[in-house]
Design a protein around this ligand. Structure first.
Ligand code: ADP
Ligand code: MG
Length: 273
């Protein structure tokens, strides 16, 4: 059966800020097919992170529903559902506990979800680090002693630790410089393939969308204004807003852009230097 992994139906999210209300999402619907990378793009404040938080169950919709594997996601998520949907956020330093070693951070989800025995967990930590292109000896280090790229790799490893089905990636490469960004995208692509994952990939960077996503949904002031395959939307954007976004793809310099394109085109080499 070809049931979508995630269905978002008519989500409204209203925040109360003092006496004022902010409508962050209006009648947002989208479908994530199994194995696809579905990008959500829009300007700052368009509701992207609010959508991510709703999918993760960190906040509840005002109205509307979310279905995972065809079943309505309950307000209080049981452990199995929390395990199935994992987050990779923009800033890994705020995502990781600074006082905890990398190894301890990776062991935590294994403990919480009761995966393997003590010895297996230890082996799994090393395996996770290797999988994201890091040396297992980093397990003894603290986040502060790692580079931004290495920390983001740890965050990806932690998200993978309990074998999820869906990764919600909220601007996962936005805090990284161009070279590191390109390698991170290669890693995310490899990991997705390896584990048969589905991605909800939030970004404001349309160059990233082009390089990694299958389909894209465009949000403007909390509304879906366009959705389709990346090829369709990029070739013939229907909405003026999408056309403006596309025109605003940030190109740092011609040399940078060429370098980035070359790196993104390289298929091999996901190791972090
Ligand atoms: P994006 O991630 O696209 O930049 P957000 O989802 O963070 O956008 O925000 C969408 C709108 O909702 C913004 O106007 C923001 O100020 C508002 N918003 C988001 N979270 C909250 C909150 N917890 N309380 C009040 N307003 C919020
Ligand atoms: Mg955001």
């Amino acid at each position: 059966m070809n049931q979508p992994l995630l269905e978002v139906r008519d989500l409204d999210k209203v925040f109360q800020v003092g006496r004022a209300t902010v409508q962050a999402l209006r009648q947002v619907s989208l479908t994530l097919e199994r194995g696809e990378c579905h990008a959500v793009v829009g300007e700052s404040g368009s509701g992207k992170s609010t959508l991510a938080n709703l999918v993760l169950g960190l906040t509840q919709p005002s109205t509307g529903s979310l279905l995972f594997n065809g079943k309505t996601l309950p307000a209080r998520r049981p452990l199995a559902l929390r395990r199935a949907i994992q987050l990779v956020q923009q800033n890994p330093l705020s995502a990781l506990n600074r006082a905890r070693t990398i190894g301890a951070s990776l062991r935590l989800p294994l403990d919480v979800h009761d995966i393997g025995n003590k010895r297996e967990r230890l082996t799994r930590v090393g395996g996770l680090l290797r999988e994201v292109g890091l040396d297992p000896s980093l397990a003894g280090r603290l986040p502060a002693s790692l580079s931004g790229g290495q920390r983001q790799r740890v965050a990806i490893a932690r998200a993978l630790a309990c074998a999820p089905a869906l990764l919600v990636l909220d601007e996962p490469t936005s805090a990284l410089d161009v070279l590191v960004q390109a390698r991170m995208l290669q890693l995310l692509q490899a990991v997705k393939q390896q584990h048969g994952l589905t991605y909800l990939f939030i970004t404001h960077d349309l160059a990233v969308v082009r390089s990694i996503a299958d389909r894209v949904t465009v949000l403007e002031h909390g509304r879906v204004v366009e959705t389709g395959t990346v090829a369709e939307v990029f070739a013939a954007p229907r909405e003026p807003y999408t056309r403006r976004l596309l025109a605003a793809v940030p190109v740092v310099s011609a040399a940078d852009a060429a370098l980035r394109d070359r790196l993104r085109a390289e298929s091999a080499g996901v190791m972090e230097n």
